[in-house]
Each structure stands twice: as C-alpha cells, then as structure tokens.
Design a binder for this molecule. Structure first.
Ligand SMILES: C[S@@+](CC[C@H](N)C(=O)[O-])C[C@H]1O[C@@H](n2cnc3c(N)ncnc32)[C@H](O)[C@@H]1O
Length: 361
C-alpha cells in the first residue's frame, strides 16, 4: 500500500495519555543527563559524596565553583530525584547509594561519566543532519573531545578488570605473557590497556597501533611516565597493516565495528598472528537481530553512540558503516571469513558493555 492510500486509525486517547507520560519521562531523563554531564566534569558529585548535607555556598566553595551556577544545578537535580534537599536547613545531600553510581571512585560503575557523550554528540547534530540529506559522514576530527572521553571511559574498565579478570579468562595467556611474547593492540587509542600489560609483563613486548596522533601521543606519554621500555606506539592505519606471523597475541578493544573496511582489518590481524596465536576482539555484547536487542539495558544509548559516531566515522570514508550494534552473529560471520573458525565468547565481570571474542588460530 502506498502512503497516498494509507488512512491511519484514530489514536486511542488512553494510549496517547500513556505515551505522553513516557515522552515526558524521556525529556526529563535527557535533561538530567545534561546536568549529570556537567556535574561529572565540574567534580560536583565527587565533592558532594564527601560532604554532609550542605548549603549551596558550602558546596560551591568546596568545588571551587560559582555559587549561582551550582545552586541552579542542584535545584535541577533535586527535581530530578538525584540530589536530596532539606528546606528546613536549606541543605543538599548526595546519598551514598547514588554516589556509588555517580562519582570517580565508582570506576566503571560511574554512570555520570557516560552522560558526557550525549553532550558531545549534541555538538555535531547539525552536521549529522546534513549527512542524512546528502550521505557521507563525519571524521574523528569532528569530535574534539572523543579521545579524551574514550580514554577516561576505558581506563576505568581496564584498571578494574584487564589484569585481574580479562587476561586470566584466556587459558594459558598469563603464562605466555610472563615468559615473554609479542603483543599488538589494534586501534589502541590512548594505550592504557597496553601500558598496563607492559608494566605487568616486562618480558613481553607490546606494540599499539592507532591512526590518531592525539591518542598515540597520550599513549607514549603514559609509557614514558611509567618508564616502560617494552611498549611502542605507532601511528598506523590498520587497514594497511601488512605484517605476517609477527605477533603471538593481538587484541582489539572496541575498534572493529567503526572501521571503514572491517573485513580487511580482520584479515590483516589474522595474517599478523603467528601459528598458535590468539586474537581477542572486544565489542558490544548484543545480538545482531533488532528484535532481540531491546533487552539490552543500554540499547538506545549504544545506538546513539553508533549513530552519532561509530557508523558515521566509517561512512565518512565510504566505509561499511557496520555500526556499534552489529552484534554477535555478524561478528562471528566476519571472524570466520577472516579465518577465525575457533571462537569462544565470554563476558568479563566489571564490564557490562562488552563481549570478549577469544579467537584461536
Ligand atoms: C572506540 S576507540 C577505542 C580505543 C581503545 N581501544 C580503547 O579501548 O580505549 C577506536 C580507536 O580506533 C582508532 N581507529 C579507527 N580506525 C582506525 C584505523 N583504520 N587504523 C588505526 N586506528 C583506527 C581510533 O582512532 C580510536 O582510537
């Protein structure tokens, strides 16, 4: 039926009423996210978590911020049910149960951190609208804060789980790393994962590849600061990585789905592995089937990131535009095509977002 012949049914008033409630909730939640993004960056949640119920003046002083702005921010989050207010004493408080999910001390559980992405993506909205109309995409350079946010996000995950949970979940790997092997990180970003490994396993050598000069500079700076002599970082487009049998272990954290040519990158990784080597691909833990994705607690949020960034940076260069929600079934298909027939999928405690694909040659 064409739209010219389609006559929509009259809306059911009760359903309209119910949906109005849902949409108001959406708008209020998005507004709380905007305030949470500022609160995280200004350090307000951290300051409040360490204070008894306090006045806006006391909170502003402790955070070294302008009181009027702080008071408006507090009021917004009082109405949003995030901060408690006592009108008798004119004091504000952040209860510990909420601080546990809003402060830097919460590490990877800090959900206020993620609110920053919503603000970041807002900065490219108009450019993205042009992509809807004319195709194409946006490049990494269109997101000036992306590398910094990515660094903050994944460093918390790596600090919490890389050495204690991720590496031990791959049978035999810790022993190999202790004895001394060669390791590569594909799309290493700011290199924190590789630097943690290099510090923990001094007999192994580690090479991180990323196309971003900013990310590689941050990775090298951390390696220098830690005095590492076994970590090297290279500015390199991994679609052009032409190495044969060079590494015993290769990892790619959140770095395949936004590739321009993901099949080529996976084939390059397969070729660069030595016989008996292992490839660890970490990517969003979702089904490829849309009808099964709704159950994921962060599905719309991952779609937002995909739409505003992951899919879009691939399309910018005429790429596949796989998107962050490509999911397990498609990932296994791509891995098999690259020559990884033997893949085990694991989840790692402390990382609520990702599936860990352990691929053996
Ligand atoms: C989502 S970030 C993940 C970074 C890092 N693995 C982490 O977990 O923090 C993806 C990274 O892949 C890099 N990247 C994207 N395409 C690339 C390519 N063709 N060659 C090398 N690096 C690439 C980006 O610069 C970015 O740092």
């Amino acid at each position: 039926m064409t739209s010219a012949h389609y006559a929509p049914a009259e809306p059911d008033p009760a359903k309209v009423e119910a949906f109005a409630g849902r949409m108001l909730d959406v708008l209020n939640s998005a507004s709380i996210a905007g305030l949470a993004s500022i609160g995280h960056q200004a350090g307000l949640f951290d300051v409040m978590a360490a204070m008894p119920p306090s006045s806006s003046e006391q909170i502003a002083r402790a955070a070294d911020l302008d009181e009027r702005y702080v008071r408006e921010w507090l009021a917004g989050l009082v109405t949003g049910g995030i901060i408690d207010y006592d009108p008798a004493t004119l004091t504000y408080a952040l209860p510990p149960e909420r601080a546990a999910l809003l402060t830097r001390d919460a590490g990877p559980d800090n959900l206020a951190f993620f609110a920053q992405y919503i603000a970041l993506f807002g900065t490219v909205e108009q450019k993205l609208l042009e992509c809807f109309r004319h195709g194409g995409g946006l490049t990494y350079a269109d997101y000036p804060r992306f590398q910094a946010l990515q660094r903050e996000e994944t460093a918390a995950i790596y600090d919490a789980s890389l050495l204690e949970r991720t590496i031990p979940s791959i049978g035999g790997l810790a022993q190999q790393l202790t004895a001394g092997v060669e390791v590569a990180d594909i799309g290493c970003g700011s290199g924190h994962a590789l630097n943690l490994l290099a510090r923990a396993f001094p007999k192994s050598s580690f090479t991180g590849y990323d196309i971003s000069e900013e990310a590689i500079a941050a990775a090298r700076a951390e390696a220098d600061q830690w005095g590492l002599t076994n970590a090297t970082f290279v500015i390199q487009d991994v679609a052009r990585l032409d190495l044969a049998a060079s590494y015993d272990f290769i990892m790619a954290f959140d770095a395949i789905h936004d590739q321009v040519v993901p099949r080529t990158v996976l084939a390059n990784i397969r070729r660069a592995l030595r016989p008996g080597g292992t490839f660890l691909m970490v990517d969003f833990n979702v089904s490829s089937n849309l009808e099964e994705q709704g159950g994921h607690p962060l599905a719309p949020s991952i779609y937002l990131a995909s739409f505003f960034h992951c899919m879009t940076v691939s399309l910018a260069h005429g790429g596949e535009g796989l998107g962050a929600m490509w999911g397990q079934q498609k990932a296994l298909e791509y891995l098999a095509e690259a020559g990884f027939g033997n893949v085990e999928i694991k989840e790692v405690e402390g990382d609520m977002l990702n599936a860990y694909y352990i691929c053996r040659t």
